[in-house]
Ligand binder design. Structure first.
Ligand SMILES: Nc1ncnc2c1ncn2[C@@H]1O[C@H](COP(=O)(O)OP(=O)(O)OP(=O)(O)O)[C@@H](O)[C@H]1O
Length: 279
């Protein structure tokens, strides 16, 4: 399998004089087409890692390979074209006077032909369900609408990797699910790789692998099943055990036959329906 990101021993500190590193020894690889969630408490270094990968600031030491090439000062602009980054606060990312202009702006920078540009603007706005807002000023939109437009703008550029830094935090759970499904569709269609910093455990559960960070280090890389099944893991990482994990433990204690594999709410409801209620 092709590795699209290879991250080795990254260190970083924001304050030059400080003894404390904000990131130390961060290493992980991402395969092309994978969906990786990065989870961890506030301040654990998730955003810092994302900013370094996107070349927004240079690492103190360590290497980042994007699509086989080591990121350097000389190629940072080229490599950044392969990465689309969506931040938590979309206000800082709008440059156009209207939603349409804003999405077109990034494509103009990449010298995409006009007809193609118009087509892509329409396509991505439809995908994120924002076609009716084409002529609106980005500033007039709600937080969730801004996040949808920001994601549309990045998708229009057809990057190889999309980094979402809490990019759906302003949406309600339903809106978040819908948007993530859109990202998933695009991912499947274009073989996109997704790196998503998230507090949303349901999203993490549905990813291929999870990178867990704590105090500036990667403490665990594993599949969602491996992580959510282990109560010890969850507690030591400082995350709440998901609601269904607790429920599964309680149900087992009451004599129900509940599999070991982690299930989300829908999965557990289906299982209980099929195994007990339907009979
Ligand atoms: N601009 C900055 N200047 C100084 N220190 C910073 C800056 N940004 C982050 N830090 C510090 O670096 C460490 C890692 O922060 P980072 O934002 O990467 O964590 P995070 O896991 O993304 O947290 P959050 O979930 O709150 O976004 C924290 O100790 C934080 O206080």
């Amino acid at each position: 399998m092709k590795k699209i990101l290879e991250i080795q021993n990254l260190t970083y500190k924001y304050e030059e004089d400080s003894d404390k590193l904000n990131l130390s020894g961060v290493s992980f690889d991402v395969n092309e087409g994978e969906w990786i969630s990065i989870i961890g408490r506030n301040g654990s270094g998730k955003s810092t890692t994302a900013r370094l990968i996107d070349g927004l600031m240079p690492a103190l030491s360590g290497t980042i390979k994007v699509d086989g090439e080591v990121l350097t000062e000389a190629n940072v602009w080229d490599l950044r074209r392969k990465i689309g980054m969506v931040f938590q606060n979309p206000d800082n990312q709008f440059v156009g006077a209207t939603v349409e202009d804003d999405i077109a702006f990034g494509m103009e920078n990449q010298q995409i032909e006009r007809d193609e540009m118009i087509k892509r603007v329409d396509d991505v706005l439809e995908l994120v369900n924002m076609s009716d807002f084409k002529d609106r000023e980005p500033a007039s939109l709600s937080g969730g609408q801004k996040q949808r437009v920001a994601i549309a703008g990045v998708i229009a550029l057809r990057p190889k990797i999309i980094i979402l830094d809490e990019a759906t935090s302003m949406l309600d759970p339903n809106g978040r699910n819908k948007l993530m499904n859109v990202v998933r569709e695009i991912k499947d269609e274009y073989g996109l790789t997704v790196l998503s910093i998230t507090h949303d455990l349901d999203e993490a559960v549905n990813s291929d692998r999870i990178v867990v960070m704590k105090d500036g280090e990667v403490v665990r890389i594993a599949t969602p099943d491996e992580i959510f099944e282990s109560e010890n893991d969850m507690v030591s990482i400082g995350l709440d055990v998901p609601f269904t994990s607790n429920l599964m433990i309680d149900l087992r204690a009451k004599g129900f036959d509940i599999p070991e594999k982690y299930m989300d709410e829908e999965g557990l409801a289906d299982y209980l329906w099929q195994s007990y209620l339907k009979k």
